[in-house]
Design a protein around this ligand. Structure first.
Ligand SMILES: [Zn+2]
Length: 131
């Protein structure tokens, strides 16, 4: 099976552009300070439309995860760690953790943002174990 890639939309294009630039930005509400991910039109906390694309630190922790023993996609070898990452800014992001020790991953583990270019247009945000 061919790997599916994201198709940026009007609302998500700034996010994908920032990943391509390896300087990931997510939206921050100018009214209440809440960080939002995935891209939204209104703040999930206070319904404000005053959302500003803001660079994140790249630091986070593993909120939860699973290890897929093998991939269904061509060219991607397992095992693969699929994780819900809690960014330092408070937003949650589903991603992969790139590690040679997938069974060493644990809840609460510090991780840091990395980038995986997968096409001319798309660079995926992934995470590595923070040292
Ligand atoms: Zn808000």
């Amino acid at each position: 099976m061919t790997r599916y890639l994201p198709e940026p939309t009007k609302i998500s294009k700034p996010f994908w552009d920032s990943c391509k630039a390896e300087a990931m930005e997510i939206q921050r509400c100018a009214d209440c300070g809440t960080y939002a991910y995935y891209p939204v039109y209104v703040c999930p906390e206070c319904a404000s439309r005053q959302l500003e694309w803001t660079r994140v630190s790249g630091r986070g922790t593993v909120y939860t995860y699973t290890v897929a023993a093998q991939s269904v996609f061509e060219g991607i070898d397992g095992p693969i760690v699929v994780a819900l990452i809690e960014l330092e800014e408070g937003a949650m992001m589903t991603s992969n953790i790139k590690t040679n020790d997938p069974h060493g991953v644990h809840i609460g583990m510090p991780v840091r943002l990395a980038y995986e270019p997968v096409s001319d247009d798309i660079t995926l945000p992934v995470f590595e174990v923070a040292s």
